[in-house]
Ligand binder design. Structure first.
Ligand SMILES: [Zn+2]
Length: 520
C-alpha cells in the first residue's frame, strides 16, 4: 500500500469539515440555500487555508444530484466524480503553469460548451493572478455577459494582482489564516484517527510553524512521520523544523536578562552547531520575549502552551518583570534589520545577544542617575515584586546567597549605605567566624576607606554571620593597614558610593577627581 499524504486523505468532503473559515462557509451556505449564488467568485487568502478545497465543495454543492444544496450528498455520481477529479463539468486550471496565449485559447474553448451532464460548468482557476493580460481580457468578456451555466471560481494568494475590472465583477471571499488552536485540534484528531502518537506540545510547534496553513501543518506531520515513525514529540519537531526547544530559548533570555552574555553566547553556539539557522533563532527569541511579556501582563494569555511550559515561562516572566521585558523586547527588535540583512548572521546574532546582556548594567546606572541606588548589586533584592526601582538583575538567583550580597544588604538596611559601595567592590569570603574582604590594588583607596570603617562593617557582619564574627580587610593578600591612602580628593571620589557603583557596573578606573561645588 502506498502512503497517501495527510492533506489528501483528510481533504474536507463537506463544508462542515472545513476548519477556520466560518465566515466563508456561512456565506456560501446562505447563497446555496437561498439560490442567490453569483456567477463568479474570488477566493483569496494565504496558501493552504482551503481555497481550492472550498472551490471543489462548491462545485459539488451546485452539481449534486440532490442539490443544489448547502452541503453535497457525497454519494451521487456527480459528487464522486468531482471528488476524484474526473468530472467533465468541473475544470481546474492552474494559471501558474499556463502562460500567454494558451490561456486565452483554453478559456475560450471552455466557454463554448454547455455542461455535459450537470447543472453548471464549474471552472476553477488556481493562482488566477498569474494569467496573462490577454487571458484576463478574454475572461472579462465572459464576466460581462455571463452564460447562465458557467460558474467561475478564482483562487489567489495575491488579490491585488487581479485587474480591478475583473474583481469588480466577482464576489470576493477572504480566507483567513487558520487559528493555531484549531490547527492543533485538527492535528490531534487526525493523529488519533490514524493511530500515531503526536504530543500536544509537538502539535503546537507544528501549528505555529505552519502560520495558519492547514496544508503546511499536515505536510510537516507527514515529514515527521517519515523521520520518527509513529511517535512525534517536541524533540522530533525541533529536529525536523530546525527550531530550538522552548526551554532553551527561555534559558537564553534568562541568561541575557541576568547580564550573563558569555552563557548566552555559549547557548547560541550550541544551537547553531545543532544546525539551527541564525535567523530562525533570532525570530524564536523574539517570539518567546513577546510571549513572556504577555504572560507577565496576564498569566492566562491564550497562547497554546502545554502546562509545564506555561508554568516555566510564567515563573521566568514574573521574575524578570514587565519593565525588563519591555526593554529587552524593544532592544531585540532593534536588531531585526541587522540580523536579517547581515551576510554573517551568526555574528549579528551574537552582537544582539551581547547588547541585551549589557542592558541590566545600564539599567542599574539609570536607576542610579534617577537617585535610586539599588540596595545591593547582585545581592538579595528587597525591591523585587514591590514598588521602587526595578530589581538589580534577574541573575539574582545565582548571586542572592553570596556573602558579599548579604553583607551589603545588611549595610543598606542598617543605614550604613555609604559603605555599600566599598563592600560591593571587594571579594567577601567566609570561613567559620572569619570574614575576609579582599580588595584589588586598583581599589586600594576603598580598602583604606573600609579599614577606617572597620568597626561599622564588622557590626553588620555580626548581624549577618553571627555575633562572634571577626572581619579582616586585605588588599590582594596583604593587610589593608599597611597601605597608605592616596590624595584626599581622589579618595573621596573613590569612596563616593555612586562612583563605586558606576565603576562596578561599567568597569573602568577613576583616573582623576575634580572638586565640585566650585563656582569657577
Ligand atoms: Zn451528490
Amino acid at each position: 500500500m502506498t502512503y497517501q499524504v495527510l492533506a489528501r486523505t483528510w481533504r474536507p468532503q463537506t463544508f462542515a469539515d472545513v476548519i477556520g473559515q466560518e465566515a466563508v462557509v456561512q456565506t456560501l451556505h446562505n447563497a446555496l440555500s437561498a439560490g442567490t449564488l453569483g456567477h463568479a467568485y474570488v477566493f483569496s487568502g494565504i496558501r493552504g487555508v482551503g481555497k481550492t478545497t472550498a472551490a471543489r465543495l462548491l462545485a459539488k454543492a451546485v452539481n449534486c444530484e440532490k442539490g443544489p444544496a448547502p452541503e453535497p450528498c457525497c454519494q451521487c455520481v456527480s459528487c464522486q466524480e468531482i471528488a476524484d477529479g474526473s468530472s467533465l463539468d468541473v475544470v481546474e486550471i492552474d494559471a501558474a503553469t499556463h502562460t500567454g496565449v494558451d490561456n486565452v485559447r483554453e478559456l475560450q474553448e471552455m466557454l463554448r460548451y454547455r455542461p455535459v451532464r450537470d447543472r453548471y460548468r464549474v471552472i476553477i482557476v488556481d493562482e488566477v493572478h498569474m494569467l496573462s493580460k490577454s487571458a484576463f481580457n478574454a475572461l472579462l468578456k465572459s464576466l460581462e455577459e455571463p452564460p447562465p451555466y458557467i460558474l467561475w471560481i478564482f483562487a489567489t494568494t495575491e488579490t491585488h494582482k487581479i485587474p480591478p475590472t475583473i474583481l469588480s465583477r466577482c464576489q470576493q471571499l477572504e480566507f483567513r489564516p487558520v487559528q493555531l488552536e484549531k490547527i492543533v485540534e485538527r492535528l490531534l484528531a487526525i493523529a488519533a484517527d490514524e493511530q500515531f502518537e503526536l504530543s500536544r506540545d509537538a502539535a503546537s510547534m507544528v501549528a505555529r510553524a505552519a502560520q495558519g496553513s492547514v496544508r503546511d501543518a499536515l505536510s510537516m506531520v507527514d515529514q515527521m512521520r517519515g523521520f520518527s515513525a509513529d511517535s512525534i514529540d517536541a524533540d522530533a519537531v525541533a529536529e525536523v523544523l530546525g527550531v530550538p526547544r522552548f526551554e532553551v530559548v527561555i534559558d537564553l533570555i534568562s541568561a541575557l536578562a541576568g547580564g550573563d552574555g558569555m552563557s548566552g553566547l555559549g547557548m547560541l553556539r550550541s544551537e547553531l552547531r545543532a544546525g539551527h539557522d541564525a535567523w530562525v533563532l533570532y525570530q524564536e527569541v523574539g517570539r518567546v520575549l513577546r510571549l513572556l511579556l504577555h504572560l507577565v501582563v496576564n498569566a492566562d494569555v491564550a497562547e497554546d502552551l502545554p502546562d509545564d511550559q506555561r508554568q516555566y515561562a510564567s515563573g521566568v516572566a514574573t521574575d524578570l518583570g514587565a519593565a525588563a521585558l519591555i526593554r529587552m523586547a524593544g532592544l531585540w527588535l532593534e536588531h531585526e534589520a541587522l540580523v536579517g540583512s547581515a551576510d554573517n548572521r551568526e555574528l549579528a546574532l551574537d552582537v544582539a545577544c551581547l547588547r541585551l546582556a549589557r542592558w541590566p548594567a545600564v539599567q542599574r546606572v539609570e536607576a542610579l542617575l534617577a537617585g535610586e541606588l539599588p540596595p545591593a548589586i547582585g545581592g538579595q533584592s528587597q525591591a523585587s515584586g514591590s514598588d521602587g526601582p526595578p530589581a538589580p538583575s534577574a541573575g539574582g538567583a545565582h548571586a542572592s546567597a553570596s556573602p558579599g550580597g548579604r553583607l551589603s544588604s545588611a549595610l543598606w538596611a542598617g543605614g550604613r549605605r555609604r559603605l555599600v559601595g566599598a563592600v560591593e567592590s571587594a571579594e567577601v569570603q567566609v570561613s567559620g567566624d572569619e570574614i575576609v574582604m579582599e580588595f584589588s590594588t586598583k581599589t586600594k583607596a576603598l580598602a583604606v576607606f573600609a579599614q577606617e570603617n572597620h568597626g561599622e562593617i564588622e557590626a553588620s557582619c555580626r548581624e549577618v554571620f553571627g555575633p562572634s564574627t571577626r572581619l579582616t580587610i586585605e588588599i590582594e593578600g596583604g593587610p589593608a593597614e599597611s597601605i597608605e591612602g592616596d590624595d584626599p580628593l581622589m579618595r573621596s571620589a573613590l569612596e563616593d558610593p555612586g562612583v563605586v557603583l558606576v565603576q562596578k557596573i561599567l568597569g573602568g578606573e577613576v583616573i582623576s577627581a575634580v572638586p565640585d561645588g566650585d563656582p569657577n
